[in-house]
Design a protein around this ligand. Structure first.
Ligand code: ARG
Length: 442
């Protein structure tokens, strides 16, 4: 039997109820702790404008704290027939809960839940990205002298190195981190008080809930605050998608380099899988699944774009569906990042790749440059070496002297680390922690 906040004298059709509630019982569990936090800020504010007595406020806050504890202990549940987490929390508060909803709507409630959830989960993504970043940088430093061919068009091109290869993906994560920071800043604004999307006639103190929850600022315009539903998720999914794109490319390279035809690196045997028919197999399934999972994550921003694209302003139930792909995305990304970090830390590299004579032509540019430095015009030197290669007379000197920034001999890993640090310093985690701790009375 349904138990709804809004049911008055007509019982809603059971099929309609099932259809409209959809997967909210499962999805809203992600939001439960944040629903409680948002309500704590709201109740605290309501007392300051005379809409709750101090006693009612205290009763509500202590009820919310015990719900929070039950959520943390895994004991909170959305009962069958209860429409969503917002309804469940209000019902769990008992009689005093009836006073809590003054001046808000489930529309700004779900908005605040999503913002708080996003802040917390983005932080976990940031931490997982940092772990992978450091491991990539370590591998880059450890293997900075190990040369491999670089490719253009998947044709051998010029000397590269494991220092460059690992280090490139570390630097890619710096730019992804920049996007995560922007996404975090978009999420770190308070929509509470926008109610159904048009504010209301109570003299709400929105600055107070903004401060209590440690937000940078509020989403001021109440219509825009509601327009942020879907938009915030799309921006965040796009930033997380950028991390996924980096990891997916890394995974493909690793599969390729691990193949016998390349033989550049070896995955730790316990990190490979076997075949039911071919006894020799050690397959890179982890990187293959990583690729697919990362591609799926990158699709989430497209999905959100499609769901929101042709909606006018104002709340629509369409927005509920976004939760189904958005909320689980963070744990999926973190799982991938942790797995890949583990894989990368266990990779061993082949230090003798370039001993194979088939790679000799990659030193052609080194030879052209040597002759250019000795006084031959570049275009003439280029032609001489080209003709020697064609005639099978090219004997490469297998030495590389790359000294400029970011090249084989001068990776600049320390400067890349400093870039990463400066981006990460932009996340206001301490301020957010302090606000949430204070609200929870810890
Ligand atoms: N489950 C709903 C959602 O995720 C909560 C908001 C309901 N609001 C409404 N006007 N029906 O969007």
């Amino acid at each position: 039997m349904a138990n709804k906040l809004w049911e008055k004298n007509v019982r809603v059709n059971a099929d309609v109820e099932r259809y409209t509630i959809g997967r909210d019982a499962e999805m809203d569990m992600y939001l439960a702790p944040y629903d409680v936090l948002g309500s704590m800020a709201h109740a605290t504010m309501l007392e300051t404008i005379g809409l709750l007595t101090p006693d009612d406020r205290d009763a509500i806050l202590s009820g919310l704290k015990s719900i929070y504890a039950r959520v943390q202990a895994g004991e909170f549940e959305i009962e069958p027939g209860v429409e969503d987490v917002h309804s469940q929390v209000e019902m769990d508060l008992g009689a005093v809960g009836k006073k809590l909803h003054s001046g808000r709507s489930r529309n700004d409630q779900v908005l605040i839940d999503l913002k708080l959830f996003t802040r917390a989960k983005l932080r976990e993504v940031v931490e997982a990205v940092l772990r992978l970043f450091h491991t990539l940088q370590e591998q880059s430093e450890r293997n900075k002298d190990v040369l491999i061919p670089g490719y253009t068009h998947l044709q051998i091109a010029m000397p590269s190195s494991f220092g460059l290869w690992f280090g490139a993906y570390a630097e890619s994560l710096v730019d992804d981190m920049q996007l995560l920071l922007s996404a975090y800043k978009v999420a770190n604004r308070n929509p509470l008080g926008s109610a159904a999307g048009y504010g209301n006639s109570f003299p709400l103190n929105r600055q107070l809930t903004t401060d209590l929850l440690g937000f940078d600022s509020m989403d001021y315009n109440v219509v825009y605050a509601q327009m942020g539903r879907g938009k915030t998720e799309r921006i965040v999914a796009s930033a997380v998608g950028s991390v996924a794109a980096t990891v997916s490319k890394l995974a493909f390279d690793a599969c390729l380099y691990n193949s016998q035809n390349f033989g550049f690196l070896k995955l730790a045997p316990e990190y490979t899988t076997g075949s039911s028919i071919m006894p020799h197999k050690k397959n890179p399934d982890v990187f293959e699944l990583t690729r697919a999972k990362c591609n799926k994550i990158q699709a989430i921003q497209q999905e959100i774009t499609l769901i929101t694209n042709n909606l006018p302003s104002g709340y629509f139930r369409d927005l509920q569906i976004i939760k189904e792909s958005y909320l689980p995305m963070f744990d999926q990304m973190i799982d991938v990042l942790n797995m890949v970090e583990n894989m990368i830390s266990k990779i061993t590299v082949n230090e003798h790749v370039l001993d194979d004579p088939k790679y000799a032509p990659i030193f052609s540019v080194e030879e052209v440059n040597r002759r250019t430095l000795a006084g031959t015009p570049f275009r003439d030197a280029y032609k001489q070496v080209g003709l020697e290669i064609e005639a099978g007379q090219f004997e490469p000197v297998k030495e590389v002297h790359h000294t400029h920034e970011g090249s084989i001999g001068n990776l600049c890993n320390d400067r890349i680390a400093a870039l990463m640090e400066s981006v990460v310093a932009g996340f206001p985690f301490d301020k957010v922690d302090a606000a949430e701790r204070q609200l929870l009375g810890r």
